[in-house]
Design a protein around this ligand. Structure first.
Ligand SMILES: Cc1cc2nc3c(=O)[nH]c(=O)nc-3n(C[C@H](O)[C@H](O)[C@H](O)COP(=O)(O)OP(=O)(O)OC[C@H]3O[C@@H](n4cnc5c(N)ncnc54)[C@H](O)[C@@H]3O)c2cc1C
Length: 259
């Protein structure tokens, strides 16, 4: 008899909220979420996309079979409510075509979605005195998850790049003092220049989290080291997506060290 993988769950869409022109919130629920870890806001789950046939809904059977043709993508936990068994994920839409964004765009109430995880939190040291977080619309929920966990006396600065002003979303923390929204279609300087300006007087041992498109990380990380004196050892840099490359190829590139 096939063994059920313990962290693979079939969930059901229970709510859909249009957060912004480029962000669609999907709430997943179901008894399968019993025992899902709490306090993992900012970590990611893998969503396993249904196969290409539009009528096909994932079944319990699919959670037990290793179907290599199914596409998996990473999505960040915005919240998990243990009492109502509701897991909230926010999907970028209207920016590109791909199995995950297309699924989210067409999702309807009671559609099923398989998830696996959660994966580990990418930052776990919460008692530092200085933090710089730089993200975009794909990693806004990672920043939202981490900031409330940090020592609140720390110098915390976040820069979040969004396509338009309407994509600025409400955070779970008071973002008025420490979060700068970089509105892509209004800015006359680059994200890199903006980050350097905002971070120029920060302590050299600032803990840095970069969660961006891969080429943005490649340009920003050396600037932070060379121009601001930050240490590579204090920096967690994660390519959340790569322009022109789908997540399967990008993941293979990361594994082979060629991204
Ligand atoms: C740890 C982690 C957590 C993540 N959390 C989230 C999240 O909460 N919400 C979210 O929306 N994304 C999140 N992402 C990013 C998401 O996994 C990727 O954007 C993924 O490529 C989307 O899959 P897809 O099937 O839509 O497109 P793919 O099939 O992977 O890619 C198809 C094409 O679209 C392009 N593309 C992919 N993503 C984008 C984008 N955002 N903007 C413009 N072009 C793009 C690719 O370059 C490629 O050319 C996360 C990634 C990681 C690593």
């Amino acid at each position: 008899m096939a063994q059920r993988k313990p962290n693979v769950r079939v969930t059901q869409v229970s709510d859909i909220i249009e957060l912004s022109p480029h962000l669609r919130r999907i709430v997943l629920s179901g008894d399968s979420l019993k025992g899902f870890s709490t306090g993992q806001e900012g970590a990611h789950v893998k969503v396993v996309l249904p196969s290409e046939q539009p009528s096909e809904q994932p079944s319990e059977l699919q959670t037990t079979s290793a179907d290599k043709s199914q596409k998996m993508r990473s999505y960040t936990i915005r919240s998990f409510k243990e009492d109502t068994l509701e897991l909230t994920l926010d999907f970028v839409i209207n920016r590109h075509d791909g199995p995950a964004t297309n699924w989210a765009k067409n999702a309807k109430l009671v559609d099923k979605l398989i998830i696996a995880g959660p994966g580990p939190l990418k930052i776990t040291d919460y008692d530092q005195t200085s933090y710089l977080l730089v993200g975009d619309i794909t990693s806004v929920n990672a920043i939202n998850g981490f900031v409330p966990k940090f020592n609140q006396d720390a110098d915390i600065r976040a820069v979040i790049s969004v396509p338009t002003r309407s994509d600025i979303i409400t955070m779970d923390y008071d973002d008025s003092a420490n979060t700068y929204w970089f509105v892509e279609d209004e800015m006359s300087i680059s994200l890199e220049e903006q980050v350097l300006t905002l971070a120029k007087n920060m302590a050299k041992d600032t803990r840095v989290f970069l969660a961006l498109e891969a080429c943005k990380i490649r340009s920003l990380r050396p600037m932070l080291e060379e121009q601001l004196g930050f240490s590579r050892l204090d920096c967690t840099a994660v390519g959340y997506w790569k322009q022109g490359v789908d997540a399967d190829k990008f993941s293979a590139q990361k594994k082979s060290g060629s991204n």
